[in-house]
Design a protein around this ligand. Structure first.
Ligand code: HEM
Length: 254
């Protein structure tokens, strides 16, 4: 191929590979132009950083000695500027959007959260409580009998602090038996005296789904929060499946 033909081929837009080859970078450590290669980028970024640091030192020294240095393109060069600008703008937009949402909530709904109460309005979501393992005996200490202690209950083995709803669980309240233990079965059978167990054998698909909903209720509550797991004894497969009770309470209407 002649040199003319070569040039033509190199400048042709129909050959992007060739155009890519022509891209070049400056290696600040040598000042030499080097072919652009993706693999070289980390090295070159580091070299630019070093060159900038060296230039800064040089400027500082010159200033201390009362000298001025000829300007360099490194003086305007800031590696982090685009990234910092991106995060700065994103933060500002998010801040303004949240501010508008909160203020309009206060104005229109009398509530900065527009009535939302759930997992994301619970500060424990952001600073989770220390997690513990509870034996059944340990769990029973927190069954709501003693007003000076937190009220805990377990569902599907997850232990939640429900002290904020103490009125539902203290002695004499209808749901007192659900506190201080894992009574997962009772949550879906409504047998609040005979099904105080984590034995889920024989439950229907619908009941298991209802149990998941109860778990979600506690897990995503706006004041309750998870404090650990219950160490529950394994269910003996040879033991009889709990009988349905006569005094079953129907599911709470949605
Ligand atoms: C299997 C059946 C049921 C279970 C497992 C159950 C469980 C519970 C629990 C755990 C609470 C306390 C919620 C909390 O900590 O905030 C509660 C509250 C309540 N339940 Fe039930 N319940 C059942 C059926 C019913 C039925 C049939 C009714 C009414 C006809 C009812 C009415 C209420 C009311 C009024 C409250 C208090 C208000 C509230 O926080 O929603 N429940 N229930």
């Amino acid at each position: 191929m002649t040199s003319d033909a070569n040039e033509k081929a190199n400048s042709s837009p129909a050959q992007p590979e060739t155009a890519k080859e022509e891209r070049r970078d400056i290696d600040p450590s040598t000042g030499r132009s080097v072919p652009y290669k993706k693999a070289n980028q980390p090295f070159l970024v580091h070299q630019r950083y070093l060159a900038k640091q060296a230039r800064k030192e040089e400027l500082k020294k010159a200033r201390a000695e009362g000298r001025t240095l000829p300007p360099s393109e490194l003086d305007d060069f800031d590696d982090d500027a685009p990234i910092a600008r991106f995060f700065g703008i994103t933060f500002l937009v998010a801040f303004v959007a949240i501010g508008i949402a909160v203020l309009s909530g206060l104005f229109f709904a009398d509530d900065p959260l527009w009535g939302y109460r759930g997992k994301w309005s619970n500060w424990r979501t952001y600073i989770p409580a220390e997690q513990h393992v509870f034996t059944p005996d340990r769990l029973m200490v927190f069954n709501g009998d003693d007003d000076s202690l937190p009220v805990l209950l377990s569902i599907k083995g997850d232990v939640f602090d429900v002290s904020a709803g103490r009125m539902h669980y203290r002695n004499g309240s209808p749901y007192h038996n659900l506190a201080g233990r894992d009574a997962s079965r009772a949550f879906v059978t409504g047998c609040f005296t005979t099904h105080l167990t984590h034995d889920l054998r024989g439950l229907s698909r619908q009941q298991l789904d209802a149990l998941d909903n109860w778990h979600k209720f506690f897990n995503e509550h706006h004041t309750y929060y998870k404090v650990g797991r219950a160490r529950l004894p394994p269910i003996d497969p040879d033991s009889p499946v709990p009988e349905p009770c006569k005094t079953s309470r129907g599911q709470k209407p949605a």
